[in-house]
Write a protein that binds this ligand. Structure first.
Ligand code: G3I
Ligand code: 9MR
Length: 590
């Protein structure tokens, strides 16, 4: 239609004004303009959907934007039949952008396979499978092998790499000096995972990450007994998840000052490295000042590790006793130094500018550590401390607030009063979390208020919330919150405002340029698979340093797939830990 009309129009113009040569140019220009307009109109239609997959039995929701889809929706089944599904639809308006969206329940798509869903010329492939989360859950845990430091990576396939950061000659920073280890002492502190896009190793975040994955492991021991991630330890008698944790625990143990039991806050270069491979890094590395939060997180995770590795003495002889003793010493140090918070600006010779994991409140760390130690030892003074530091309400797990990890320690407890109180808090959190779902733009508990978005939100707010919802169901023996947990997974995997599936290597549109030094410098186009990026962050703390501009300032669209964007597109162990906890649990639902 358009070209014919155009020709007539152009011919008239020609007759009136132009020579033959000019007419051709004019026709082409006008045609191009109209075609662009037409394409743009079509491009405004978007379908947001979970790009990884859904269980046959779960609800199938897509969200359409840019057009009212009534009468325009077509679904083709895996065996090629065209359906005119009886859809339930509602309209929702974004509280952030004012965009109008159509939330469509596709109804009963229960056969497995790939459905094609189309709306007015736009289409997507919607996968239904018996094990939609199997591959992505496994990749989220295997990622920890790929980011191991201080070893040659030999089982990473195309991601194999030579040794980097052996950390066998690490300097004691003046802030960490003690009489046994004066400033400049060289210690060995090898192994552990790289924290994130950077190459440093931080005790607070390491302990939190292991603690969260332990919490998942304790709820799903049968699942993890069979989950193999193709790591060097896969053939031993210990579940791969525990083997992977051990790689980081070994490093954590070296972070305790043998003189007094206090724990160094981090092992770091003075400044962040450039975007080079680990084997090309040459900066000196230091352990810096001991802190109360690092010591308590260390104490908590070592107590848990002592308990959980008790059954795996054959592979790790003596470890449980060592971990238990290390835990109690670190706790004692923290009790003696309750205000030893980490103040990076006080560090000199050299000054240090890397990640802080700073936190001026150690109540939650005291609660987690005393709870874990009471569970391990049954000693009265740990119970007294746990009672003293118990939280007033439940908050989802995050590195800065670990009270939930303490609460998890009490869920099976015989100590009725504390246990019941903490269980009730967790259920109250869940009931609050699911309230916005039915009026939300993406039919999910996560993503409805501006505070849902920020640095690392997809992990701290979306995955952890989903994990807690599943946890609550297990406690209650119900499946009440399960649909809501699955909705957060749908959000994470594509049914969201940007249309990204936020886990690398999965989905049709996923991050290709995470702020991850290895992925950016290994010469391989694809980033490591199975990494969760931080996600939309209206704080945009990196915008002044980036050449590219964030595509939007709306909280849920403040995301850019740019390797320079550390505030929205970095990866981190605590974030992947929440991905493991969440997705592995979802993978058990079949
Ligand atoms: O807690 C407040 C909250 O009360 C407030 O409503 C909200 C509003 O933005 O901010 C919250 O604080 C945020 C905090 O994260 C909460 O986790 C800060 O704004 C935000 O700047 C802070 O970001 C942290 C970031 O380092 C900068 O310090 C991330 O959590 C933390 O994951 C990240 O960690 C870095 C390491 O330092 C270095 N390695 C990479 C790693 C990941 O980016
Ligand atoms: O790469 C760093 C990332 O791991 C941190 O989360 C982030 C915030 O501390 O900082 C990144 O490093 C940037 C630094 O802060 C400022 N200059 C650019 C660095 C990224 O290349």
């Amino acid at each position: 239609m358009v070209p014919k009309k155009l020709l007539i129009f152009a011919e008239q113009i020609y007759r009136m004004f132009f020579s033959g040569e000019t007419i051709m140019k004019t026709i082409i220009t006008i045609m191009a303009t109209l075609l662009t307009i037409q394409l743009q109109a079509q491009n405004n239609v978007t379908i947001r959907y979970n790009q990884v997959g859904s269980y046959p039995w779960q609800e199938k929701i897509i969200v359409v934007e840019g057009i009212n889809p009534v009468g325009k929706l077509k679904v083709t089944t895996p065996d090629g039949k065209t359906l005119k599904p009886k859809v339930k639809m509602r309209e929702a308006t974004s509280a952030f952008s004012g965009k109008k969206r159509y939330v469509i329940d596709l109804g009963n798509l229960t056969s497995t396979g790939l459905y094609q869903v189309s709306v007015d010329g736009k289409s997507c492939n919607f996968a239904v499978s018996e094990h939609p989360f199997a591959d992505i859950a496994k990749a989220s845990l295997r990622l920890f092998y790929l980011i191991r430091s201080g070893i040659v990576i030999t089982q990473g396939g195309e991601y194999n790499r030579p040794l980097g950061h052996p950390d066998t000659s690490v300097l004691v920073h003046p802030s960490a000096a003690s009489s046994l280890r004066p400033a400049g002492t060289i210690i060995s502190s090898p192994y552990g995972w790289y924290d994130a896009g950077d190459y440093n190793k931080y005790v607070v975040n390491s302990a939190f990450s292991i603690g969260l994955m332990f919490a998942a492991y304790e709820q799903l021991p049968h699942y993890f007994a069979h989950l193999r991630t193709n790591i060097p330890e896969s053939d031993n008698n210990t579940p791969d998840l525990l083997d992977e944790m051990m790689f980081n625990l070994q490093w954590l143990l070296t972070m305790q000052d043998p003189m007094d039991g206090g724990v160094y806050h981090k092992l770091t270069t003075p400044n962040f490295e450039g975007f080079v491979m680990p084997s090309d890094c040459k900066q000196l590395r230091y352990v810096v000042t001991k802190s109360v939060t690092a010591s308590l997180d260390f104490a908590a995770v070592m107590a848990d590790a002592a308990r959980l590795f008790e059954s795996y003495q054959k592979d790790y002889p003596g470890f449980s006793a060592i971990a238990a003793a290390a835990s109690e010493r670190a706790y004692r140090w923290a009790k003696e130094h309750p205000t030893a918070f980490y103040h990076q600006n006080e560090l000199k010779d050299p000054a240090v500018t890397t990640g802080t994991y700073g936190d001026g409140n150690a109540r939650d760390e005291f609660f987690w550590a005393s709870s874990a130690l009471y569970r391990l030892t049954g000693r009265q003074h740990y119970l007294d401390d746990a009672r003293q530091y118990q939280p007033e309400r439940f908050t989802a797990p995050s590195w800065g607030n670990v009270a939930s990890l303490g609460s998890f320690e009490w869920m099976k407890s015989e100590n009725e009063e504390l246990g019941i109180n903490l269980r009730n808090q967790l259920i109250a959190y869940c009931d609050e979390a699911i309230k916005p779902v039915t009026s939300s733009c993406f039919q999910s508990p996560f993503g409805n208020k501006a505070q849902d978005f920020g640095w690392g939100c997809l992990a701290e707010k979306c995955c952890c919330q989903g994990f807690v919802l599943l946890y609550a169901d297990k406690l209650l023996g119900t499946t009440k919150y399960q649909p809501n947990a699955l909705q957060n997974a749908d959000y994470l995997l594509g049914r969201n405002a940007t249309g990204y599936c936020y886990v690398t290597g999965f989905g049709e549109k996923s991050p290709m340029h995470p702020h991850h030094r290895i992925s950016a410098s290994d010469g391989i186009e694809k980033p490591f698979p199975g990494m969760l990026v931080g996600g939309p962050n209206p704080g945009q703390q990196d915008k002044r340093e980036m050449k590219a501009k964030y595509p939007s300032d709306y909280p849920d669209e403040s995301y850019i797939d740019d390797a320079a964007s550390y505030a929205s597109n970095e990866v981190a162990i605590n974030w992947n830990a929440s991905l493991v906890a969440f997705l592995c649990w979802l993978d058990t639902l079949h």
